[in-house]
Write a protein that binds this ligand. Structure first.
Ligand code: TRH
Length: 377
C-alpha cells in the first residue's frame, strides 16, 4: 500500500525521530511504499545527515523524504495518510483527499502515553468537521489495547552485539576519551534543562568508583559545561573531575545513539523516542518527560512508573519513584541518587525483564498495519 506520513516539528527532535522511525519500519520491515513530508529541514538533517543541504526530495531507508511544500504543489493522495501528532495536513492535500474517488484511511498518530484512558480512545474514528472524512486516532502505548511501540526486527540483535565483550573497547576506539575506562560505570545523558543536574554531577564526582558520563551535543551538554564552569564543551573533549570523566559527543546518528544506550549502565533519556529506545536497551534508565505548562507530564510520569514498577520489590520501586520524581521536578529534596544507585543490581535485572515482556508483543508497525488491513496475519 501507499502511505504518506506528515510531520511538523513542534520543538526538539522527537516528532521527526518518531515519524522517521515509523516511515522506515513501514517501508523496510513491512514492505509498504512510504513518503514522509517534513516541514523543518534543518532538524531533519540532524537526524538524517545524508539529506540534501537544501530542501529537496531524496530517498533514505526505502522512504521518499519530501519537503512539506511539495504536498501542496502536487497533491497525489496515498491510500493511507498519517498525520503525526495532529500536525494539520496541508490545505491542497486535504482538498485532494476530499476529492479522491476512494477516501484514504486517515490516521492521527498521537503521543505515547502509559495512561489508562488511551485504551478507550485508541482506534476510534472521529469525523473531521472540515472535510467530513473519518480520522482514526492511533495511540502508541504499553498494553495490548493500544498501538504499541516502534520496534524494528533487528533491534535486539544489534543491542546484544553492542553488549558483547568488544562493545565498549570498540566504542572507545571510535570515540576516544582519555581516562575513560571500559570498566567504569557508564552513564549517558540526554535531558532538557534540569535544575537537578548540578547535584548529580556532584554525586558522580564523589563516587567511590569511576563514572564516565557520555553527553551528546545539545541542551544537556551545554548545561554540563556551565555547571563545571566552562563556556562550552566541544565534541571529543574530555574533562576529569574527581571520579567523574565527562566525555562530550557530537549529536550521534540514531543507530549509534542506540549503541550508546546499549553500552551504558544507566541512561538518562527524555521525551518519547529516546525513552522507548532506552527500554529496548534493557538497561536501567531515568526518564525526563517533556515538560508541559499544566504539569500534564507529571501524570504521564506517574502512569508510566505505575506500569514499569508493578511487581518490583517495594524498596527498589520506592527508590526509582523518588529519583524519577526528583529528576522531573515533581517532588524530593535532591537526595534520592544514593538510594537509586544502591538498587542497581535489582534495577538491571528488572530492565531486562521489562524489555523482554514489552518486546514480546506486536510492535507499533504490526498493529498499525493490522488496523488498516485487518486480515493481515
Ligand atoms: O527531542 P525530544 O525532546 O522530543 C520531544 C518528544 O518527542 C516529545 O514527545 C515531543 O512532544 C517534543 O519533542 C516536542 O526527545 P525524543 O523524543 O527522545 O527525541 C530525540 C530523538 O533524537 C530520538 O529519535 C533519539 C535521537 N537522538 C539521536 O539520534 N542522537 C543523539 O545523539 C541523541 C541524544 C538523540
Amino acid at each position: 500500500m501507499q502511505w504518506d506520513i506528515f510531520c511538523r516539528v513542534v520543538d526538539n527532535f522527537g516528532d521527526i525521530g518518531v515519524s522517521w522511525r515509523l516511515s522506515r519500519a513501514l517501508a523496510v520491515d513491512a514492505g509498504q511504499t512510504v513518503r514522509l513530508f517534513v516541514d523543518d529541514w534543518s532538524t531533519l538533517r540532524r537526524l538524517l545527515p545524508a539529506a540534501p543541504a537544501a530542501p529537496a526530495p531524496f530517498v533514505a531507508g526505502q522512504v521518499s523524504v519530501l519537503p512539506w511544500a511539495l504536498a501542496d504543489a502536487s497533491p497525489q493522495v496515498a491510500e493511507v495518510v498519517v498525520e503525526a501528532f495532529a500536525c494539520h495536513l496541508p490545505g491542497a492535500y486535504l482538498a485532494a483527499m476530499r476529492a479522491a474517488p476512494t477516501a484514504p484511511v486517515w490516521i492521527n498518530l498521537e503521543y505515547l502515553s502509559a495512561e489508562d484512558w488511551i485504551e478507550a480512545c485508541h482506534g476510534l474514528p472521529s469525523p473531521d468537521p472540515a472535510t467530513g472524512l473519518a480520522k482514526t486516532f492511533f495511540f502508541p502505548g504499553f498494553t495490548a489495547g493500544t498501538g504499541g511501540l516502534i520496534r524494528e526486527p533487528g533491534v535486539f540483535t544489534r543491542r546484544d552485539a553492542a553488549q558483547g565483550p568488544r562493545g565498549r573497547p570498540d566504542w572507545l576506539a571510535e570515540y576516544p576519551a582519555a581516562g575513560a575506562l571500559a570498566s567504569a560505570r557508564w552513564i549517558s545523558l540526554f535531558a532538557y534543562d534540569n535544575p537537578a543536574l548540578a547535584g548529580r554531577l556532584a554525586d558522580w564526582r564523589q563516587a567511590d568508583q569511576p563514572v564516565v558520563l557520555w553527553v551528546p551535543e545539545g541542551t544537556a551538554q551545554r548545561a554540563v559545561a556551565q555547571i563545571i564552569g566552562e563556556p562550552a564543551l566541544v565534541s571529543g573533549e574530555v574533562r576529569r573531575l574527581g571520579a567523574l570523566t565527562v566525555c562530550a559527543l557530537p549529536f550521534l546518528p540514531m543507530d549509534t545513539y542506540d549503541r550508546l544506550l546499549a553500552l551504558c549502565d544507566v541512561n538518562f533519556v527524555r521525551g518519547e523516542d529516546s525513552f522507548v529506545r532506552a527500554q529496548w536497551a534493557a538497561r536501567p534508565f531515568v526518564w525526563q518527560a517533556y515538560p508541559q505548562a499544566d504539569a500534564a507530564h507529571v501524570d504521564k510520569l506517574e502512569a508510566f512508573l505505575q506500569r514499569y514498577l508493578a511487581g518490583v520489590d517495594a524498596a527498589t520501586a520506592g527508590a526509582v519513584r523518588a529519583f524519577w520524581r526528583e529528576w522531573n521536578g515533581a517532588g524530593g529534596t535532591d537526595t534520592a541518587w544514593p538510594a537509586f544507585e544502591s538498587h542497581w543490581p535489582a534495577l538491571a535485572r528488572h530492565a531486562r525483564q521489562w524489555c523482554d515482556r514489552i518486546g514480546a508483543t506486536d510492535g507499533l508497525v504490526e498493529r498499525l498495519v493490522k488496523l488498516i488491513v485487518p486480515d493481515v496475519k
